[in-house]
Write a protein that binds this ligand. Structure first.
Ligand code: SAH
Length: 219
């Protein structure tokens, strides 16, 4: 069942008020972007009425769109001001990239599964989100042509921080990534400043696997 547009807008406002603000998502720009981007368009028609619920949803090919709180937490942790160039690994539905695109100059997003990328691109086009560039590839090698990036976000969990991503991170720069085993990960905020790397765990999370040269070896 598809709800009228106004019901989606109400559900989105409730999501911000009930799931994000009480959990210490305080960055105004992040809250505004979460309150604007139509999350329901990034999931299949039959699931659209659940799109603003407090949980992840399947997007096909064994992958998921993250829970709204996790998208907001990762976005806030990047501390974006508007001028940045941001690299995302794991486009999936495209929702996280869409949120980021409202908060920075340009988003470069890499996905390894073609059908997901094709669908995400359709949604970006329909929304006229023109500052998102996509690439089909193993994102654990980054996207060297457009480096360095002021911020990098990895939305799949790997065994370690991929070295190419650290290299492609600007100084100063912030990288947010889930690191751990296949079941559970620490969500780490890695900052590079004056050549020094500092890591901080900001949450415990459960992401799908980051698969590639600098991730897990198979699906
Ligand atoms: N940011 C997405 C979350 C998708 S789930 C969203 O908002 O919907 C994580 C995604 O990472 C999956 O689509 C998976 O295919 C992708 N992925 C896993 N390993 C990858 C790699 N090495 N390079 C690029 N994408 C990868």
């Amino acid at each position: 069942m598809t709800l009228p547009t106004s019901d989606f807008a109400k559900a989105r406002a409730r999501m911000v008020g009930e799931q994000l603000i009480p959990r210490n998502i305080h960055d105004r720009a992040t809250l505004a972007a979460m309150g604007t981007v139509p999350r329901h368009l990034f999931v299949e028609g039959a699931m659209q009425d659940q799109a603003y619920g407090d949980f992840p949803l399947p997007i096909g090919r064994g992958q998921t769109i993250s829970q709204p709180y996790i998208v907001a937490l990762m976005t806030q942790a990047l501390n974006l001001k508007g001028h940045e160039s941001v690299l995302e690994i794991g486009t999936g539905s495209g929702y996280q990239a869409a949120v980021l695109s409202r908060l920075c100059a340009r988003v470069y997003t890499v996905e390894r599964i073609d059908s997901l990328l094709v669908q995400a691109r359709k949604v970006f086009d329909s929304l006229h989100y023109l500052n998102i560039l996509t690439k089909l590839d193993d994102g654990t090698n980054g996207w060297p042509e457009h480096a360095p990036y002021d911020a990098i976000i990895v939305t799949a969990g790997g065994p370690q921080v991929p070295e190419p991503l650290l290299e492609q991170l600007a100084d100063p720069g912030i990288l947010v990534i889930p690191v751990g085993d296949r079941g559970m990960q620490d969500l780490r905020q890695v900052t590079k400043k004056e050549g020094k790397i500092v890591e901080k765990t900001i949450e415990y999370v459960r992401f799908v696997s980051l698969i590639g040269d600098h991730g897990w070896q198979n699906g």
